[in-house]
Design a protein around this ligand. Structure first.
Ligand code: NIG
Ligand code: FE
Length: 427
């Protein structure tokens, strides 16, 4: 008789995409199965199918899914979840009419969080970040990318990496870090932005590369991200930083076209970046270039929503041109204080006009591909890590249909139950 460590039985419905990346029309491809079961050995799925097909399996531990909807744990490929303080005061100022760029130009915005983060110890940063990871996990996210970028000096950027490393070792959520020393021009370089670019190129990148070589948590190369935008880094500055990063072995990612189409998207494609993120003001000719590449377009619909704006990523154009689309929360204290991938899906369905199947795949299979974790996570199949969210919903359409409540009943990470909601007793 086949025997496993864990057997997850009584799954009411299973919905998963497969074969990352799902390009263009393939984004809608979802495998769904009613009355399913999953067998897990050493954290990896060893059998998956109908309850009847797995009826011969026994296990050390049987997890009763109570008829819930099982999906791959969400992969959130773009967050700034590690920071100190908050920016509720700026939220209030924006409601009264101040713009995000104005607050940033006046020394607030990202710089306000930089001041709080520079003042925090590693232990304080860890303590303030941990509850956000708890929320991410409670909303079904089992793998999250977390950027640095609230240090903007070498020492604090390294402090952020240390904090993220400690969280990776002590929190059940899977964490993939990204270095983002070029997140903003800090106040002390306001009159000398090129001097800050020099600092990133000559000091920060080599120091971070050396730190990365010493750590033993992650095996793959670290990614380097940059905010290519008016008021942050120009295309020429972005190119200089990214070329140096590439030479040092970093993978590349870019924040592009959040407000203005500077030309960051073609630069990203030219440099072979993993992803371009935001992608709001992107002109059609740049979508066409992106769609022909392996670079993922990561839309962050919580950000325009968080800023009370009405322009969102041209996701349908990217899909129609056969590109790769993913979704993320952009969880950060300024534009998108959101820890919920179901919320990103709910906004994505309405304003990006994604079908529920497309949105689910963009938040799992393709978001895993955006941070190149797709060989282990983002879909449910034999050989994949058993990262599973059980949702108190009848089927996958309800993930985006409902909003404002958390549908997640249970979260399983590598076969282990790591979160259970109080709702469970209701059924
Ligand atoms: O992706 N745009 C730049 N960075 C973040 C915002 C960070 C912040 O405001 O603290 C973003 O939206
Ligand atoms: Fe961001």
């Amino acid at each position: 008789m086949p025997h496993a460590d864990q057997l997850i039985i009584n799954i009411g419905r299973l919905a998963t995409g497969q074969q990352a990346p799902l390009r263009g029309p393939n984004l809608a491809q979802l495998t769904c199965l009613d009355q399913a079961a999953i067998a897990v050995q050493a954290g990896t799925i060893v059998a998956i199918g109908s309850q009847a097909e797995l009826s011969a399996w026994t296990a050390d531990q049987v997890i009763d899914a109570q008829g819930y909807l099982a999906i791959p744990g969400f992969v959130d490929p773009h967050t700034h979840a590690c920071y100190a303080g908050d920016r509720a005061h700026e939220f209030e100022l924006r409601i009264k009419g101040a713009s995000y760029s104005e607050l940033m130009a006046a020394g607030g915005g990202i710089m306000s969080t930089v001041r709080a983060t520079r003042a925090a110890s590693i232990a304080e940063l860890v303590a303030q970040t941990r509850p956000r990871l708890d929320q991410l996990l409670a909303h079904g996210t089992t793998t999250v990318e977390i950027k640095t970028g609230y240090g903007l000096d070498t020492a604090t950027e390294l402090t952020m990496l240390e904090a993220i490393a400690e969280l990776a070792q002590t929190h059940p959520i899977g964490i993939v870090p990204t270095f983002m020393g070029a997140h903003a021009i800090p106040a002390e370089y306001r009159d000398n932005p090129e001097g800050f670019v020099d600092l990133v190129v000559e000091e920060m990148l080599p120091a971070v590369a050396a730190w990365w070589q010493q750590q033993t948590i992650w095996q793959e190369p670290l990614a380097c991200d940059i905010f290519c935008e008016n008021g942050a880094f120009s295309v020429a500055q972005s190119q200089r930083i990214l070329l140096k990063a590439k030479a040092l072995g970093f993978r590349l990612k870019l924040h592009v076209d959040e407000f203005e189409p500077l030309g960051g998207t073609p630069l990203a494609v030219e440099l072979g970046a993993l992803s371009v993120d935001h992608l709001v003001a992107t002109p059609p000719e740049h979508i066409a270039i992106l769609a022909q590449s392996e670079t993922v377009g990561v839309s962050l619909p919580g950000t325009p929503f968080g800023l009370g704006k009405s322009q969102f990523s041209p996701a349908r154009s990217l899909i129609e041109a056969n590109g790769i689309l993913a979704l993320a929360t952009d969880c950060n204290p300024g534009t998108s204080p959101c820890e919920s991938m179901p919320m990103a899906i709910a906004i994505g369905c309405r304003y990006l006009r994604l079908t529920p199947a497309e949105a689910l795949n963009a938040a799992t299979v393709n978001s895993a591909f955006a941070i190149r974790q797709h060989e282990r996570v983002g879909s449910l199949a034999v050989g994949m890590q058993a990262d599973i969210a059980l949702l108190n919903l009848p089927d996958e359409r309800h993930i985006g249909y409902k909003f404002g409540t958390n549908p997640v009943a249970m979260v399983i990470k590598a076969g282990r139950v790591v979160h259970q909601s109080q709702l469970r007793a209701d059924r």
